[in-house]
Design a protein around this ligand. Structure first.
Ligand code: ARG
Length: 463
């Protein structure tokens, strides 16, 4: 008879009494760590195959273990696996079920292994899978931004500093700015993946094991780069999760910025872009409303994600080596943060694909608020050989004049401008329009449509 079928804890040998309900309640993790099921089974299969290859278990025991684990994976995928609180966590649930399915050989699976290296392995595999998913989602978002950039290479809009109109830019340039940020997010996740892709399995409880295991074999089977070199580190390290959360937090920060811009741009006061019914909601009292809820929720998700990073940082702070049960609290923050980021990425890709820039409104706003004043100053420098500081001052006087007359810069009469500086001539009007302004900004990285087209070409190749 197996221990579990006697109604005893898997670890119950030296215990004569059952744990209290409170003990059970605080100890149990199956409610959330069942999300590691696929990784747990993958790890166990690799471990058992290695034990067999090293002649630590027999071929027939391994065959039984492998087919039992396959059945369990099917049960989990079909939603009919009996998750049971009494078995605490995913590791013991799987092992208990294996013992029900195949009997005695199940008891040999845990040879040369501990739940400490097992959970570290499962969790690494899970986080690694999540990083791969983020990479795909970020790629999708980049493609959506690229499509908008390609469609709106020449679409004018005001560029802002301090949320005050600064200089005209192109909508495509704005989209590409985020594309760059999300590309760095991808590379951050990729760096994190490289660093985390080491195998803790075989560290056993904390000190290694006397069995002649082959850690390279499980490393290869699980797609890790190398076995972790120190058994204490292997079971204690959670910096991989902290690093992944940090990357997620930075990515969510970027998402919150573009989300905020969508909230601003869709407001009636701005009217820069519109979202369709797909990504907006109505108000239950104000029939006229169309609210950018998805953008607002994406903007908010960073709170949850940073909260998770904070939680795990505090859980890990000051923990002595090696494993402590505190570390069971590592998973929920990661699950919560990653679910939030995944949803936020999906919503943002959807919104970017969905939004329609209002070209007329954008062009009008691009020319407002003396946005080409810098172009005027640059013209004075280049055409009249004025020092930039003097040109800045002269332009300021012309802006004041325009303000007094209630006109835009390009609407001023030449002789009025000549009243400020007599050498100003007709040629000045060539630089006062927003489209001339953006076309002139050809320095590398600048907003000139010809630059944007080049960048779009490069991104198309890269993505
Ligand atoms: N459920 C545990 C966790 O998530 C697994 C490891 C338990 N190890 C132990 N020695 N009690 O951390």
């Amino acid at each position: 008879m197996t221990e579990s079928s006697k109604g005893q804890k898997m670890w119950g040998g030296r215990f004569s009494d059952k744990p209290s309900d409170i003990m059970q309640a605080i100890n149990v993790s199956i409610g959330f760590d069942q999300r590691l099921a696929a990784q747990d089974i993958r790890g166990s299969k690799a471990h058992a195959n290695m034990l067999k290859a090293q002649k630590i278990i027999t071929k027939s025991d391994n065959t039984a273990i492998q087919s039992g684990l396959d059945t369990i994976l099917e049960e989990i995928q079909n939603g009919n696996f009996p998750f049971r609180d009494e078995f605490e966590d995913i590791h013991l649930n799987v092992e208990a079920r294996l013992s029900e399915l195949i009997g005695e050989p199940a008891g040999r699976l845990h040879t040369a292994r501990s739940r400490n290296d097992q959970v570290a392995t499962d969790f690494r595999l899970w986080v690694r899978d999540a990083l791969d998913d983020f990479d795909l989602q970020l790629l999708g978002l980049q493609k959506a931004l690229l499509a908008q950039a390609a469609q709106h290479t020449d679409t004018l809009m005001p560029g802002f500093t301090h949320l005050q109109v600064a200089q005209p830019i192109c909508f495509g340039h704005h989209m590409l700015a985020y594309l760059e940020m999300f590309s760095r997010d991808r590379s951050r996740f990729a760096d994190c993946r490289v660093r985390m892709n080491e195998n803790p399995l075989g560290a056993a409880a904390l000190a290694g094991t006397p069995y002649p295991i082959n850690r390279d074999a499980t490393t290869k089977a699980l797609g890790f780069e190398r076995p972790m070199a120190n058994s204490l580190d292997a079971v204690s390290a959670r910096d991989f999760a902290l690093e992944a959360l940090s990357c997620a937090n930075i990515c969510a920060t970027h998402l919150s910025r573009i989300a905020e811009e969508i909230v601003i741009w869709t407001s009636t006061q701005f009217g820069f872009v519109s979202l369709s019914d797909k990504f907006t909601t109505g108000s239950s009292i104000m029939p006229q409303k169309r609210n950018p809820d998805a953008a607002e929720l994406v903007r908010a998700k960073v709170g949850r994600i940073l909260g998770s990073l904070t939680s795990l940082s505090v859980v890990m702070k000051g923990l002595p080596l090696a494993y402590s049960k505190d570390m069971q609290e590592d998973k929920e923050p990661v699950f919560e943060a990653f679910d939030a980021l995944s949803l936020a990425l999906a919503a943002m890709s959807g919104m970017i694909g969905d939004l329609t820039p209002n070209k007329e409104r954008l062009a009008e706003a691009a020319g407002a608020a003396y946005s080409t004043a810098t172009d005027l100053a640059d013209w004075l420098v280049r055409t009249l050989d004025m020092p930039f500081r003097e040109a800045h001052h002269t332009t300021g006087s012309i802006v004041a004049l325009a303000e007094k007359q209630g006109r835009a810069l390009h609407e001023l009469a030449l002789h009025d401008m000549q009243g400020v500086h007599d050498a100003i001539h007709e040629g000045v009007f060539d630089v006062l329009s927003p489209s001339a302004s953006v076309a002139s900004r050809t320095s590398f990285g600048g907003t000139a449509p010809e630059n944007i087209r080049k960048q779009i070409g490069l991104w198309k190749k890269q993505l």
